[in-house]
Design a protein. Structure first.
Length: 368
């Protein structure tokens, strides 16, 4: 197939060399220790703690279960203030814990939860805030921390997009009471499927680790109604390999994002944004918002698809418009989130995306 006709998808998984992965998993045929916190799991855990600059980390079979169990271990009740501009997982994790999500509108520039609108939503039932570092953009962590302290609320970040991001030199996973990372195949760093929760409280750590292994506390005691969400050795091996190359992968992503910015910045009707002040980015996504552009978002999506470029309407629809939530949240007023969801297009962005393809995508967008 010629490169002209090849489909360009919004993302493509980073993978180590085949031989490199084989070397990592070879000892498993000796030990036959395939899961349940084996040596590769423990090695990846230590390496990630160091790389992410966090005090504690628990590994999971995927990011969603990591978030669901983090909320469970936090022993929350009542209402949780969160963002509607995210992936299904964030809200589902709240609802599946028997908690009520209360949706707060987002910032027009960063698309993260609008910290200035949080306090108005706090009631005597509020127990936590679940913000999302959406596209790897950092929430207003300082304002959120001040609000949480004042009202005695827990803060659990969905940092699924923010692997390796730093704010003012600190690992992003060190903010709040806990942060969840996703290591899904489509994310900046992957363990095929996988995830983690970062924290600093050691009691929380204990509960969390029991929850992911059926609540079993020792050979004859089960103290928690847990589930099964452990990361296995094959996942950990993939993580160990991918972590070796993460700086190079993020460096390649940076080149892709910089080329997009060079070509699309200051173009009438298109809003794109660079790295926030104080942030060391992971260049996870490249969202572009249309603002009275010569063509609608949906038409541009179709036009690009006609040229084998598959961007994504990410995040559209808003969570509150999902069939499973629509009736329950029909009264939510979320004008900014709605405007962004209706006009955003996330362009292809991954380490191995050739810059010539970025140019081709930009040409198509600009000459449409
Ligand atoms: C990917 C993602 C998740 C879920 O992570 P999985 O590892 O796929 O389970 C949660 N929240 C957001 C914002 C995500 O993008």
């Amino acid at each position: 197939m010629s490169s002209e006709n090849k489909k360009i998808l919004v993302t493509r998984s980073s993978m180590p060399d085949f031989e490199e992965y084989m070397e990592e998993i070879r000892p498993l045929w000796e030990s036959a220790w395939l899961t349940n916190m084996g040596p590769l799991h423990e090695r990846l855990r230590a390496e990630l703690m160091d790389y992410l600059k966090v005090d504690g980390i628990a590994l999971f079979t995927n990011g969603h279960m990591a978030l669901e169990m983090a909320l469970d271990a936090m022993q929350l009740s009542g209402e949780v203030i969160t963002t509607p501009f995210t992936f299904a997982s964030t809200t589902h994790a709240i609802v599946r814990n028997g908690l009520t999500p209360v949706f707060c509108d987002i910032e027009p520039d960063n698309y993260t939860i609008d910290a200035d609108k949080i306090e108005a939503l706090i009631t005597e039932k509020t127990s936590a805030i679940v913000p999302v570092h959406v596209y790897g953009k950092v929430c207003d962590v300082e304002k959120i921390e001040a609000i949480a302290k004042k009202h005695n609320l827990k803060v659990i970040y969905d940092a699924a997009h923010a692997f390796g991001v730093k704010f003012k030199g600190r690992g992003i996973g060190s903010f709040g009471d806990a942060s969840m990372f996703s290591f899904h195949a489509t994310k900046v760093f992957n363990t095929i499927e996988g995830g983690a929760v970062c924290y600093s409280d050691s009691d929380f750590e204990k509960t969390l680790n029991f929850l992911k292994n059926f609540g079993i506390t020792d050979k004859e005691n089960v103290d928690f109604v847990g589930g099964n969400a452990k990361m296995n050795e094959f996942q950990a091996a993939m993580g160990i390999c991918n972590l070796k190359h993460i700086e190079r992968e993020i460096g390649k992503r940076k080149k892709v994002v910089e080329r997009y910015l060079e070509r699309l910045e200051d173009k009438e009707g298109l809003i794109v944004s660079g790295v926030q002040d104080g942030v060391e980015s992971n260049y996870a996504y490249f969202p572009m918002v249309l603002d009275n552009y010569k063509i609608s978002r949906n038409d541009l999506y179709d036009y690009l698809a006609g040229h084998n470029i598959f961007a994504r309407k990410y995040f559209y629809p808003l969570i509150t418009d999902y069939n499973c939530y629509r009736e329950r949240f029909a009264d939510c007023r979320l004008p900014v989130a709605r405007r962004i969801a209706d006009n955003v297009l996330t362009l292809p962005c991954y380490a191995d995306l050739p810059l010539e393809t970025v140019d081709k995508i930009c040409d198509l967008i600009l000459n449409v």
